[in-house]
Design a protein around this ligand. Structure first.
Ligand SMILES: Cc1cc2nc3c(=O)[nH]c(=O)nc-3n(C[C@H](O)[C@H](O)[C@H](O)COP(=O)(O)OP(=O)(O)OC[C@H]3O[C@@H](n4cnc5c(N)ncnc54)[C@H](O)[C@@H]3O)c2cc1C
Length: 636
């Protein structure tokens, strides 16, 4: 299979314009005849569904939550990047493009990454027009802060609730179109399979999560906007319901899965406090603008943080990375924290955390300013831990957070199945091996609002002359039957162990062997361990309840079965990449002082995996760098 990324011709600045000039258009009267399924109502899905409906298409939009506005984008805290250069601190589209490409350790496409930066500025205008209450200076000008891996201030924010405010805007647009009867919304409805007819995506099979009914939905194109899969680690900053199932089902139907092992571990979550815990809470990266990260210089120091004098503190990020300090990118900051914790300098009850300290910032700017900037995060911290972070440092720890990997897509965001698109966090496109903070809300939004609504016409224009496939097509009956049999199989195992038991086992293996650092031996062992978990799951899981009712145990079991298989693919992907790049840190490939060593001659490609009856075949999309020369990524 040859992977054609369909990169348009021209200089970086010209590519998107050239694409738009040449791409096919559809007459508004004809758009009405076309129907698009959008699975997901987060920023990418809601943005796409609302925009496609505005353009005239009929849209069916799905989410598993009880309301579209509870999609996980709502949880995003810190901000959204845009190259507006409001601060006059030297920012530009080119600089943002370069920061993003370098941040991803030169493992993404130049053209996609440039387009992300290019569309960032109009996106902020778009959201402002929709009424998003971005933080402003006293005089009314939008204000910015910094996120990791950059030396300018380009992050727009709405306190620590940026995702919520952006999603409210997208949701308002979506519901305007629902009221206009151009979007039909299906909340509490989970896609369980993709229907492919003659090589083209033509619909989905979904389960009504309230009644348990299995339903068929047909369309002229299908867009997946289903978010990230970091719950494969079980403990993560994602909501419990986040899953990778839609991606996995599409993968099994022929969509290649790209760079599955590129997953991001965020340095500033609240530490795990017990085995029974089911989720971790993020403390936004924005806190690293003012908070200083440190551990005691003495191992297993039992003194309270405030009793440890300045010269007995190790501000290890400032020490190791003086140019970027506490704003070193996430992969680097997480690994540095792990390094200190593993070496015995961890703090907290389980010695699995480091300090994030605002003492200096409060002395310099005053508590009121810090409250203005991060008040809700401090409040949340106090609510969860009982500790007042204005008085003593926060305790933070690395946690699984984001997936850079996802379905392989070309420049048009189309997967390797014709008519199947993947947008937002569920695709692999712009972030390479490490995503810079505040670039994800951006990617989800530009994919949904600006890119997909342009590129999908190119495909749908040719579908106009074809007959619409309906749910009566035999492929729908076949896929529906397979889904029902699969559910029945899960429900009739009637074993002795809970779904959570198996998820915990999977999570431990993934965290141990395929998270912040990886090695050949560990990955080989992990693949065997996960295969054993899979065998035990299919012979000994107990899923209570029935198929034709609301059954959250069944929902969890179906999602976990897919996570188990995805876990095997992630380890397989990490094993084949004999280099360290971004978040993929292979212990065998590092410098003496613990920095990543890339192998551009052999690994400058996007790995894209084909599913073949339980086995995986590797395809490679070679990355060519025409405009930027990959360099050693240094933040020192
Ligand atoms: C705690 C936290 C804080 C973050 N903070 C920031 C930040 O400050 N800045 C930033 O840039 N990024 C941040 N991120 C990342 C960012 O929020 C996400 O990457 C982004 O919002 C993803 O948007 P999305 O549209 O791709 O998916 P989501 O918002 O996750 O939406 C997924 C949608 O798909 C639906 N869905 C999934 N599977 C199915 C299925 N099988 N059937 C039907 N529907 C399905 C869901 O119901 C949901 O509607 C943060 C992430 C987390 C977890």
């Amino acid at each position: 299979m040859s992977l054609d990324a369909k990169i348009p011709e021209g200089s970086l600045e010209e590519k998107w314009r050239n694409y738009q000039m040449k791409s096919k258009l559809i007459n508004p009267a004809n758009k009405k005849k076309l129907n698009v399924i959008v699975v997901g109502s987060g920023l990418s899905g809601a943005g796409a569904a609302a925009t496609l409906a505005e353009l005239g298409y009929d849209v069916q939009c799905f989410c598993y939550q009880d309301s579209a506005r509870r999609a996980h984008s709502v949880a995003a805290q810190g901000g959204i990047n845009a190259a507006k250069n409001y601060q006059h601190d030297g920012d530009s589209v080119w600089r943002m493009f370069y920061d993003t490409l370098k941040g991803g350790d030169f493992r993404s496409r130049e053209a996609n990454t440039y387009r992300l930066a290019e569309l960032s500025a109009p996106l902020i205008d778009h959201f402002t027009q929709q009424g998003v209450p971005f933080a402003r200076e006293y005089g009314g000008v939008l204000v910015n802060r910094s996120f990791g891996g950059v030396q300018v201030q380009r992050t727009f924010y709405a306190r620590g609730q940026t995702g919520q405010q952006l999603l409210m805007a997208a949701y308002s647009q979506l519901y305007k179109m629902v009221r206009a009867k151009k979007v039909t919304m299906f909340p509490r409805t989970e896609m369980l399979d993709l229907v492919v007819v003659d090589g083209k995506a033509k619909g989905i099979i979904a389960r009504d999560l309230v009644s348990g009914e299995i339903k068929r939905f047909a369309a002229d194109a299908v867009v997946l906007a289903t978010g990230g899969y970091s719950r494969v680690f079980r403990l993560s900053t994602l909501a419990i319901g986040c899953n990778g199932s839609a991606l996995w089902k599409a993968h099994k139907r022929g969509a290649l899965f790209a760079a599955p092992s590129f997953t991001q571990i965020h340095p500033t979550a609240l530490p795990q406090s017990s085995e029974a815990q089911s989720k971790l809470t993020l403390m936004s990266e924005s806190l690293r603008n003012d908070g200083r990260i440190w551990v005691p210089k003495k191992k297993e120091d039992t003194r309270k943080a405030n009793d440890i004098p300045e010269d007995e503190r190790d501000y290890y990020l400032e020490r190791r990375y003086p140019s970027f300090g506490n704003l070193a990118p996430r992969d680097i900051a997480s690994r540095a924290a792990k390094d200190r914790i593993d070496a015995g300098f961890g703090i907290g009850r389980l010695k699995n955390a480091v300090y994030l300290d605002f003492k200096n910032a409060i002395e310099k700017f005053g508590a009121e300013t810090i409250k203005d900037r991060y008040g809700n995060l401090f409040k949340m911290y106090k609510k969860i831990t009982g500790v007042d972070a204005y008085q003593e440092p926060m305790q933070i720890s690395p946690a699984a957070h984001f997936s850079m990997g996802g379905l392989w897509v070309d420049y048009e965001l189309m997967t390797t199945i014709d008519g199947l698109y993947a947008i937002g966090e569920c695709n692999f496109s712009d972030h390479g091996a490490n995503r810079l903070g505040a670039n994800s809300l951006l990617q989800a939004s530009v994919d949904g609002y600006f890119i997909l609504p342009n590129t999908i016409n190119n495909y749908l224009a040719s579908e106009l002359k074809n007959e619409h496939v309906t749910t009566e097509h035999p492929e729908f009956a076949k896929a529906e039957k397979e889904v029902m049999e699969y559910i029945n199989r899960v429900l009739t195992i009637n074993g002795t162990k809970t779904v959570d038991h198996f998820h915990r086992e999977l999570g431990k293996v993934m965290w141990q062997e395929c998270a912040m650092s990886r090695n050949k031996k560990g990955l080989e062992k992990a693949i065997q361990q996960i295969k054993t978990i899979r065998e035990e799951f299919w012979s000994d899981v107990k899923v209570t309840g029935h198929a034709n009712e609301m059954n959250t145990e069944l929902e969890k079991a179906l999602r976990l079965a897919d996570f188990i298989e995805l876990g095997i693919l992630m380890c397989t992907d990490a094993l084949q990449r004999n280099e360290s790049c971004g978040a993929h840190f292979r212990e065998e490939f590092q410098t003496e002082d613990g920095e990543a060593v890339r192998a551009d001659e052999d690994y400058s490609y996007v790995s894209a995996w084909e599913y073949m009856d339980g086995e995986f075949k590797l395809h490679k999309e070679e990355l060519t760098f025409e405009f930027v020369q990959p360099s050693i990524r240094s933040y020192k």
